[in-house]
Design a binder for this molecule. Sequence first.
Ligand SMILES: NC(=O)c1ccc[n+]([C@@H]2O[C@H](COP(=O)([O-])OP(=O)(O)OC[C@H]3O[C@@H](n4cnc5c(N)ncnc54)[C@H](OP(=O)(O)O)[C@@H]3O)[C@@H](O)[C@H]2O)c1
Length: 262
Amino acid sequence: MSAETVLITGASGGIGEGLARRFAADGARLVLVARRADRLQQLATELQTRHGIEHVVIPLDLSTADAARTLYQDLQLHNLTIDVLVNNAGFGRNDHFEAISTADHLEMMQLNMVTLVQLTHLILPEMIARRRGIIVNVGSTASFQPGPYSTVYFATKAFVLSFSEGLSQEVREHGVAVTCLCPGPTRTDFGARSRMDKNWNFIHGSMSTDAVCDAAYRGLRRRKRIIIPGLMNWMLAFSVRFTPRPVILHLMQTWQRPKQIK
Ligand SMILES: NC(=O)c1ccc[n+]([C@@H]2O[C@H](COP(=O)([O-])OP(=O)(O)OC[C@H]3O[C@@H](n4cnc5c(N)ncnc54)[C@H](OP(=O)(O)O)[C@@H]3O)[C@@H](O)[C@H]2O)c1
């Protein structure tokens, strides 16, 4: 049984919930964060009954400017030291750049990048001091190339990958692992929420949440720097390195084109 304390953002559904289930099966104490308190509480109660784990539920909107600090203060109130931080909460938008509101773009950048960096900055020093810890940042196969019609979302995920790789090199000598999980299309609420679910790659190439979370959990336990679940996703991410940029951009435009645009 693991004695770890694991903080997962975006644990109320999808990949975050799937990872919470895997950590709970290993006996971890869970700190679950998202906006939907009822979903978090339901999951925590189920995992407590099934695995006898301890849990703390923190309902919070992580897209506000002071969210990371508020969360960190909550951790201190509960006297919690985090062994594994999973920065998973995130969302995307698929439409013409100018049709997506500035408010949506800023919210996406705040949640996908700024809160992720701030939370890492607050929690990392304790990991370095104890010479142990794992930070999992959820990127995407979108991290590997630009994405027309989801330009800001793809750019936030490129940021997550670059930040994670750089930081992993910096802190590995302190015993801390930083992993970037880069899933391809996955059957969660993300597709409908982002309006990407009708896109070609979602219809023809999506993976189940369980398959993604199994690969993610194996990879993070091996302290892998980058985890790309699924052979097809791995091949696509790898082939981007050798494919001319105009070809990539054309392909991504075809895949990402919103259904109302002819
Ligand atoms: N599914 C895919 O195809 C796919 C592919 C590549 C990468 N990803 C990435 O995987 C991560 C998880 O997404 P998912 O597929 O599991 O989607 P999901 O089912 O929509 O889950 C997203 C999670 O993030 C939470 N969240 C969203 N906005 C939040 C906010 N403002 N404050 C706090 N929590 C918030 C949601 O909870 P509440 O709504 O309760 O707040 C939910 O728990 C995201 O970073 C996403 O970009 C997904």
